[in-house]
Design a binder for this molecule. Structure first.
Ligand code: HAM
Length: 424
């Protein structure tokens, strides 16, 4: 127990962190280029925020939240996603008085008590974007285009963009009646959760994960065929803009998404390479959420991208991520006097942003050389009594085997120059 991380969580070890750093940096740079600013929100919120925001009849709220009472007796929940927290922050900090729209992005961990499998964890990570205050189809297209460009930048090919419209609350309430009518003689064969949802929120039945329920809903009438003219016009305008940008998509009438806040456009990017958990990213419009959470009516749209799934996809497509650079130099020393000089040299080199490693294990010179080799240091310099006396030492390029004798006084400047030029 003590030496095993809880089920569904995993350490991101030093050997893979560079991949995370890479995708994080690319994502934040791209978002900034679209005019989005980073927001950081708390890991936990009041439970009520998710009950209201994500929705009481969703799987997330009914089955998957990490909820507990804190020592003050308040019900607290670890965030299962980022949108509700961002919206809460938008309201709390009066962001509606900022120039609109407000464009935010985030990189967060999230927590859901789910059945663990490849690509599905209990602690996972999301990159997300929330665009608040813009209701035009152009906003939907912009948000989707961030993802398309991001995947393109990373070299990811063949992710399918599936898109749908689930209409506004008015089309939804009309559709709910049509759906209930379709389900009325089938509902008894469905799971207890769906039976409960039949009256409370029939749309949620469409994304039940139980096989027997999926069998029933696969022939249900689709919402897209029942949306109002205004929602239809909005959807067509979004598709037109995606076409203009050359972003391929499939209209998929089956997408309803597992969170209650969505209105109009919903979309997912799906991979065929990473198994059953192939939805790399999901998002959509949520024009009622700010109001539902206590703010003024404000349209919104966003997405969240699962970072673990993104990395699985990069791996499955054989996309190489640039590895971190090895140390520039290892300075080996023989004896205490030389070690003191090494200490000073290492300090001077680090001041000049040269990645320098020196012995701190009191190793023999043989063991130091072995270690320098193991860590892949590009250059090695050995300092012993002779070198101190002559004030010169041999600098060896471990890649080419070339050597050069360098005056110790000029070592720092020489290395800065060598680093710029790339070789001895
Ligand atoms: P979501 O579809 O629940 O949407 O999650 C978005 C993405 O997070 C999924 O497509 C998946 O890649 C990843 N994900 C979800 N659950 C897990 C899990 N248990 N393990 C690993 N990855 C997971 C949302 O969270 C919405 N907040 C998206 C959004 C933002 N809509 C509008 N704005």
């Amino acid at each position: 127990m003590l030496t095993k991380a809880p089920r569904g969580t995993r350490d991101i070890l030093p050997d893979e962190v560079y991949k995370w750093n890479y995708v994080e940096k690319e994502f934040s740079e791209l978002c900034k280029r679209f005019g989005y600013k980073e927001i950081r929100i708390p890991v936990f919120e009041h439970t009520e925020l998710f009950q209201r925001g994500v929705g009481n009849t969703t799987d997330i709220v009914q089955k998957e939240m990490y909820t507990f009472l804190d020592k003050g007796g308040r019900s607290i929940t670890l965030r299962p996603e980022g949108t509700a927290g961002v919206v809460r922050s938008y309201i709390e900090h009066g962001m509606s008085s900022l120039p609109q729209p407000v464009k935010l992005f985030y990189q967060i961990s999230a927590y859901r008590y789910e059945k663990v499998q490849a690509g599905r964890y209990r602690e996972f990570h999301q990159f997300g974007v929330e665009l608040l205050g813009a209701k035009s189809p152009s906003a939907d297209a912009e948000v989707i285009s961030i993802l398309a460009l991001y995947f393109d930048r990373l070299g990811i090919k063949n992710l399918e963009l599936n898109i749908n419209s689930i209409g506004c609350p008015e089309c939804r309430s009309k559709y709910n009646e049509i759906l209930k009518d379709y389900l009325k003689d089938k509902i008894d064969s469905m799971c207890p959760t769906c039976q409960d949802r039949y009256n409370r929120n029939p749309l949620r039945i469409l994304d039940c994960k139980e096989e027997k329920c999926q069998e029933v809903v696969k022939n249900a009438p689709s919402l897209l065929d029942h949306i109002c003219d205004e929602c239809k016009k909005h959807f067509e305008a979004v598709l037109e803009r995606l076409s203009i940008m050359g972003i391929p998509f499939n209209v998929d009438k089956g997408i309803v998404r597992g969170l209650d806040y969505y209105t109009k456009t919903v979309f997912e990017f799906v991979s065929k390479n990473i198994g059953s958990q192939g939805t790399v990213c999901g998002g959509g419009r949520y024009d009622g959420l700010v109001e539902d959470c206590g703010g003024a009516p404000t349209p919104g749209i966003g997405f969240a991208l699962g970072v673990e799934r993104l990395l699985l996809e990069l791996n499955s497509q054989g996309i190489e991520i640039p590895e971190p650079e090895a140390p520039d130099i290892y300075i080996a020393s023989i004896g205490n006097k030389a070690d003191l000089i090494c200490e000073k040299l290492a300090w001077q080199l680090r001041e000049k942003n040269i990645t320098c490693i020196k012995d701190i294990m009191d190793r023999s010179i043989k063991a130091q050389m072995k270690y320098a080799d193991k860590i892949g240091a590009r250059y090695v310099l050995v300092l012993g009594d002779n070198e101190i006396e002559s004030n010169k030492a041999e600098l060896r390029d471990m890649e080419t085997g070339d050597t050069k004798v360098i005056s110790l006084d000029t070592l720092v400047d020489r290395l800065v120059k060598i680093k710029c030029e790339g070789s001895l």
